[in-house]
Design a protein around this ligand. Structure first.
Ligand SMILES: N[C@@H](CCC(=O)N[C@@H](CS)C(=O)NCC(=O)O)C(=O)O
Length: 220
């Protein structure tokens, strides 16, 4: 097996790359790397020392977006980006939106405080979480609701990286004990539920949930 994906469970960016690999039907080896305690030689794979990183033969890549784009070009079966320029750009936009606009709240606020802080024996900053849920996330969710309303996929007529990137952020929100309010954002809630139930996501989330429940149970 020549593809190696370095990273850890629970990272939304590692999950995004793993779901892309699974949806494309690519075999790979998952190599565990703890981003907060990674060996010095990990800098060869990612100078920023973040996860994920990918090795495919002599090709070494960092960043989930770069990894997904590479995989789609190198292995064109089951494409996860549309061929047309405008649709392709729209996928990139929604992926960026998920990675850089949703993630600060879903992952780096809710998930970090409710799951990572207890692991480190630290308290959760509930004030920050409340602000993320009541002020920061709603306008982003309003936008995504508009984008998915009346459609089966965010872009075009099939699953793309846009769907994967958005859904993986909400998986972390769920790990943090919060959900999209389906009465306020019904299309988005339904779309994310549909995506997270796909075998590519579900197989990873089942194991993650067991771990998260233990951490959050011990903290409460
Ligand atoms: N834009 C990057 C973000 C990667 C990222 O922030 N990963 C986190 C884990 S979820 C990490 O490695 N954090 C450790 C650090 O920043 O030192 C990607 O898409 O891969």
């Amino acid at each position: 097996m020549s593809i190696k994906l370095h990273g850890a469970a629970l990272s939304p960016f590692v999950r995004k790359a793993r779901v892309a690999l699974a949806e494309k039907g690519l075999a790979y080896e998952a190599v565990h790397v703890d981003p907060f305690n990674c060996p010095p030689e990990y800098s060869r794979l990612n100078p920023l020392r973040r996860i994920p990183a990918l090795e495919d033969g002599d090709t070494v890549l960092a960043d989930s977006g770069v990894i997904c784009a590479y995989l789609d070009k190198a292995y064109p079966e089951q494409p996860l980006y549309p061929a047309g320029a405008a649709e392709y750009a729209r996928v990139l936009w929604l992926e960026k939106f998920a990675d850089y606009e949703l993630a600060p709240h879903t992952t780096f606020t809710v998930f970090r405080n409710r799951v990572l802080m207890p692991l480190l024996g630290k308290p959760s900053d509930e004030e920050r979480i409340a602000k993320a849920l009541s002020e920061k996330l709603p306008p982003l969710l309003d936008y995504l609701e508009e984008q998915i309303k009346g459609r089966d996929w965010f872009v075009g007529e099939q699953l793309t990286v846009a769907d994967i990137a958005v859904a993986t952020q909400f998986a972390n929100l769920q790990h943090g004990g919060e959900r999209i309010d389906a009465s306020r954002w019904p299309a988005l809630a339904a779309h994310v539920a549909k995506l997270l139930a796909r075998p590519s996501f579900a197989s990873l989330l089942e194991r993650e949930r067991g771990f998260v429940e233990k951490v959050r149970g011990a903290a409460n």
